[in-house]
Design a protein. Structure first.
Length: 480
């Protein structure tokens, strides 16, 4: 692959200016729906938006905000942006999608009055009463000639903006972040086992790196959770649980502080296993009754270990609670058994319980000694949902993982084998894949294909395939 040109990184991923513009746009959008434009809050938010707008407009003579394949762009620059936060962007975009609206373009010399009029106009739309054609006509009637509405179909043709080079860069960054997190988990476990101090600051930094990576490109991290052949499963499992938990936390709109606490708790959720015999934790055979009784001690041991080894603060308290509760079911069964003050587990514990179970069952390394396909695991978990798991969180996690989870191998109608990279939200049965083999064998150079695009109409997913059956190693494809 050719080396990137100078300045490529800036085009691939926007900086603070573009991120601030997006945030101020959606905050003003939300504000305009709640208060009159003479209100002091609106005036302040409008001024903040104009400052960011002018900074971008000076460079490009226009400002375009669009969403391509669930990624946010300012002009032609992809921006790391958390649309589940306080900006309320995710709700706005959901409305835009119903209208077929994929973005907006504003001329750089648009006046303040025109921009105010546009915000009054755009925030008055209701998906049930409007459509893109009627909105475009109303724009012309209002004389807003410096503003253009971009159809979702037109924006969707810009998927090429997320170039192969960009995807590769994201995956390189994701890989570094993922393995750095695994190393931190290992350091924490070894330090705990040997009675040494735990580097809490380093752990918090790696959690923030995971948050940044998931906000930037969720799928690049999630596909790494498909790697199963690590020498020490415990380290990989804790990292996987952190990735899944943070993804779920972002989707339900947790702010950065609580995401930090959730990721921290997820990394520490199984620390109690350090206090169990190593031959039990790594036992290759199925557990007998005595093994289970010992294993069921790890939540309590984990909570005690966290409280004894870490300085007490909010992160520590939430981590201790999650370690204690992550095997307590939604109906308060499970373990440790609660004999009094039977209160339901906290939000973090409920999240970690779901993702911990999913990763354990799909790994085949703990409890069950045979890994199960993700769709089989979800069927099992849904069957137990009302008893074991929070129904809302369970359904949301199912939606995140999708029809064909990132990192799984699938057979295409073209008789090709492909690795699923990410799901298309609008077409869950048509993921973005990396074709790695065909009837002649493994390809030297994989082929990237967005199965939702017209050029790949002849390729559809037939079914998931078991890599062991074909003597294939998913890790080779994920890490290649």
């Amino acid at each position: 692959m050719a080396k990137p040109e100078a300045g490529t990184a800036a085009r691939i991923l926007g900086g603070q200016t573009e991120e601030q513009l997006l945030n101020s746009f959606f905050v003003l959008y939300k504000t305009c729906r709640m208060v009159d434009e003479n209100n002091a809050t609106f005036v302040n938010q409008f001024e903040n938006f104009r400052i960011n707008f002018d900074m971008v407009a000076k460079k490009h003579q226009q400002v375009t905000i669009k969403i391509v394949a669930s990624h946010y762009f300012v002009n032609d620059t992809m921006v790391r942006f958390n649309d589940q936060g306080l900006s309320g962007a995710a709700g706005v975009i959901a409305e835009w999608r119903k209208l077929g609206l994929g973005g907006i373009r504003v001329a750089g010399d648009a006046s303040a009055d025109e921009i105010r009029s546009f915000f009054r106009f755009i925030t008055s739309i209701r998906p049930d009463n409007d459509n893109l054609e009627s909105l475009a006509e109303r724009l012309r009637t209002h004389g807003l000639t410096n503003v253009e509405l971009l159809s979702m179909k037109a924006v969707d043709t810009d998927r090429s903006a997320i170039s192969e080079e960009a995807r590769q860069r994201f995956r390189v960054m994701a890989r570094k972040t993922f393995f750095r997190a695994m190393n931190v988990v290992e350091e924490v476990m070894v330090s705990t086992d040997q009675g040494r101090d735990i580097n809490v600051a380093k752990t918090k930094r790696v959690v923030h790196s995971l948050i940044d990576q998931l906000t930037r490109d969720e799928s690049s991290l999630i596909e790494l959770t498909a790697i199963r052949n690590f020498d020490n499963y415990t380290y990989a499992h804790s990292t996987n649980v952190a990735v899944y938990s943070l993804t779920l936390g972002i989707r339900i709109g947790l702010d950065r502080t609580r995401l930090s606490q959730l990721g921290f708790a997820a990394l520490f959720h199984d620390i109690g296993k350090v206090k169990l015999p190593t031959d039990l934790v790594k036992k290759p055979d199925a557990f007998d009754e005595n093994d289970w009784l010992q294993m069921q001690r790890h939540p309590l041991l984990g909570a005690k270990t966290i409280l004894r080894n870490l300085k007490f603060d909010t992160h520590t308290a939430r981590a201790a609670r999650a370690a204690f509760e992550h095997h307590i079911n939604n109906d308060l069964t499970g373990y440790p058994m609660l004999h009094y003050k039977r209160r339901e587990p906290g939000l973090f514990s409920k999240i970690i319980s779901i993702v911990d179970t999913f990763d354990a069952l799909t790994s085949g390394r703990v409890y069950l000694k045979k890994n199960l396909a993700p769709d089989v695991v979800f069927k099992k978990m849904r069957y137990q949902m009302t008893v074991k798991f929070d129904p809302f969180l369970m359904q949301l996690f199912n939606d995140i993982i999708g029809t064909y989870p990132a990192g799984t191998l699938v057979l295409l109608t073209s008789n090709e084998i492909a690795l699923v990279l990410t799901n298309n939200e609008d077409k869950p049965a048509c993921p973005i894949v990396k074709i790695v083999g065909n009837t002649e064998g493994i390809l030297e150079e994989p082929i990237w294909a967005d199965l939702a695009s017209p050029e790949h109409n002849d390729r559809r997913v037939v079914r998931q395939i078991d890599p062991d059956r074909y003597s294939l190693n998913v890790s080779d494809f994920v890490l290649s």
